[in-house]
Design a protein. Structure first.
Length: 209
């Protein structure tokens, strides 16, 4: 799961097939009153932009500013949290300094032993969106985050696709193809320029231009 998924060598929680993720609407209901700035990312963000569920989603990924994570953790006090990365999923309560280097936090509902959400810790703040893999790529938050008619915040596709470009798996290629006709000129140019910096020579650059 997540944008850096790999073979899991250690897992302190339930099996990988224990994912029964919340939908974005369920997550939004759970996070009401958390006092943290968050937004849906990855495949679900694409579908929220398109206005329809184009494929099955095995998980739900949201992003949150790293400084806001403890607000979310306190708000979801009936859940257990795990740090994920480098092929390991460690209970956050016991992960120590190792967890500080990881940007993923998996949310477990202990009563049913189901993974519910993958939380990505991101740089930036309430005013500025920052690309975690190259913090010199940034933009005003209002240009990167949209919202559904019922108020669910999500990353706009030019930001989502910048993250997806690294792996460019079949589902990422499908998301790019679905979004491309809907991108305005400004979004196309921004994504092409960001890809040229982050992934020089990426095949999507020519298709965007």
């Amino acid at each position: 799961m997540g944008d850096d998924s790999e073979e899991i060598r250690r897992n302190d929680g339930p099996d990988m097939d224990a994912w029964e993720a919340w939908t974005p609407a369920e997550a939004a209901e759970r996070l009401t009153g958390a006092g943290a700035v968050w937004w849906v990312v990855a495949g679900w963000a694409v579908d929220l932009f398109l206005g329809e569920e184009t494929r099955e989603h095995e998980d739900l990924e949201i992003a949150i500013h790293r400084a806001d994570f403890e607000k979310l953790r306190r708000h979801l006090d009936s859940m257990e949290f795990f740090a994920a990365g480098s092929g390991e999923i460690r209970a956050l309560a016991n992960a120590g300094e190792w967890a500080d280097e990881m940007h993923q936090r998996w949310v477990l509902e202990p009563d049913v032993q189901k993974w519910r959400m993958d939380v990505m810790l991101q740089p930036g703040d309430a005013e500025t969106w920052v690309f975690r893999r190259d913090e010199s790529i940034a933009a005003p938050r209002v240009e990167m985050i949209g919202a559904t008619p019922d108020g669910i915040p999500f990353e706009l596709p030019h930001g989502v696709l910048l993250y997806k470009a690294k792996a460019a798996r079949p589902k990422d290629e499908a998301d790019f193809a679905a979004c491309l006709p809907r991108l305005d000129d400004r979004s196309r140019q921004w994504l092409a320029d960001a890809l040229a910096q982050a992934h020089p020579g990426h095949p999507w650059i020519g298709r965007l231009r």
